[in-house]
Design a protein around this ligand. Structure first.
Ligand code: CAA
Length: 407
């Protein structure tokens, strides 16, 4: 694909590369990671960034960009090549997420759900038949997936869900409601969760299901109006005697809560990378503006008040990236990474909000206008502190893991 029409202002074509303690920040990364970053950065700068504002204003799903993402192998990056995926490791996925999200967090959200919340659990919990049937479609053939966990009465307390599924002959019969389901309006399949043992306490007796969205009894009720990531669809769903084949289980009966939470571990590394992309965009926009905007006879970058903001942003962007790579490294080495993923998301999402707020402050009155990109960054950043587990829940997860590790 030729993206030569776009400017390639990527991190790695800058005259002054980011460094950390005298080492290039990409120490330890393989050549394939650097090439991947370059390819995704060119796509982000050339195709995504020029349209991000337009899609946000129109609150329109970026269909053409999503289609291009399939062509570039960005929708099923960690799916093995045998199932039509990119065969990448988690660090590669994080690199791509950072680059896409610094251009457009809406597109990044669509990408993260398909990769982290749909392809990943099918790969880890699916039967061979499910993998062979679904993964090539999701990774390369334009199928979009969604992940439905939250209900009107169960958000952070996901285990308190009330949706039910009962066996009726050769079918599961689903009833209930799900909300805040990213991608559901445009998706072909939804991974959803329901109580299969109503008597089991709390998170016990929950099962994960793969539900084709054209199944009778599955209703897409409404698209929510949101503060940010406005080019994504966030859909409310209802299941009304919705019948799916018995074999559409994901994993084992009554063991769905582990599917849900282990999937969110991976999702949280993705959202941390999204937050990093937003923070980096805020930092780069601020750095540029501080060198252009003049007040009191000098560029505002000459003022220490602005310099300190830039210094803090640069420091924290580097720190977030290292936390993300560390979580990705633990994941790729096959160990449990629940704590590392939560730490990365907690830190990076907090940074995304702080850095984008400071970017608006540096831009002053212009930063408050919808014509300038930092306004969108500020709105988009906020969701990273909320979805796939609020910052408060990340602290719960981290603390539980610390205590479990008996430190
Ligand atoms: N991996 C695998 N298993 C896990 C796990 C993990 N990361 N975390 C917990 N479990 C297991 C536990 O071992 C336990 O199993 P046993 O009963 O066999 O011991 C079981 O799951 C229940 O665990 P807890 O007792 O810790 O459960 P809890 O009810 O106290 O809840 C929680 C824990 C951390 C608060 C969890 O509910 C949580 O993460 N809540 C936030 C939910 C969330 O992130 N929602 C976002 C929805 S997705 C989204 O944002 C929409 C979108 O489209 C992007």
């Amino acid at each position: 694909m030729d993206f030569s029409s776009g400017s390639s202002a990527s991190l790695y074509t800058r005259k002054v590369p980011f460094v950390l303690g005298g080492l290039p920040l990409e120490f330890g990364l393989a050549k394939e990671h650097r090439l991947l970053r370059q390819m995704v950065a060119e796509f982000a700068d050339g195709k995504v960034a020029p349209k991000a504002h337009e899609y946000d204003e129109a609150e329109e799903f970026p269909k053409d960009l999503v289609e291009m993402m399939y062509g570039l192998g960005l929708m099923g990056m960690m799916v093995p090549e045998a199932y039509g995926g990119g065969g990448m490791d988690t660090i590669g996925y994080c690199i791509a997420m950072e680059e896409i999200n610094r251009a457009d967090a809406s597109l990044g959200t669509i990408m993260s759900v398909n990769n982290s919340l749909v392809c990943d659990p099918i790969l880890r919990y699916g039967t061979e038949e499910q993998k062979e049937e679904l993964l090539p479609k999701l990774a390369q053939d334009g199928w979009l997936g969604a992940y439905a966990l939250t209900e009107p009465w169960s958000g952070s307390d996901a285990g308190a869900m009330r949706s039910t599924a009962r066996l009726g002959g050769d079918e599961w019969v689903l009833n209930g409601q799900k909300i805040f389901v990213t991608n559901a309006w445009h998706s072909q399949i939804i991974i959803s969760y329901a109580k299969t043992d109503p008597k089991a306490p709390r998170s016990k007796g929950i099962t994960a299901f793969i539900i084709p969205t054209d199944t009778p009894g599955l209703h897409k009720i409404r698209k929510e109006k949101k503060m940010g990531i406005r080019a994504t669809d966030t859909t409310a769903l209802a299941f009304e005697e919705c019948r799916i084949p018995k074999e559409n289980l994901l994993g084992k009966v009554d063991e769905g809560f582990k599917v849900a939470l282990s999937t969110l571990d991976g999702g949280r590394i993705g959202i941390a990378s999204q937050a990093l992309g937003i923070a980096r965009a805020a930092y780069e926009a601020s750095l540029q503006y501080a060198q252009e905007r003049e007040q009191f006879g000098q560029t505002i970058g000459q003022f220490q008040a602005i310099q300190w903001k830039l210094a803090d942003m640069a420091t924290e962007v580097d720190a977030a990236r290292l936390l993300i790579y560390s979580a990705a490294y633990v994941r790729d080495s096959g160990r449990r990474y629940t704590k590392e993923a939560a730490i990365a998301k907690l830190f990076a999402s907090d940074l995304a909000v702080r850095a984008s707020r400071e970017a608006v402050q540096i831009y002053g009155g212009y930063g408050y206008l919808r014509d300038f990109p930092v306004e969108r960054l500020y709105r988009d950043a906020k969701i990273t502190e909320i979805y796939e587990g609020t910052s408060e829940i990340q602290r719960v997860v981290i603390a539980r893991q610390l205590l479990r590790e008996d430190r």
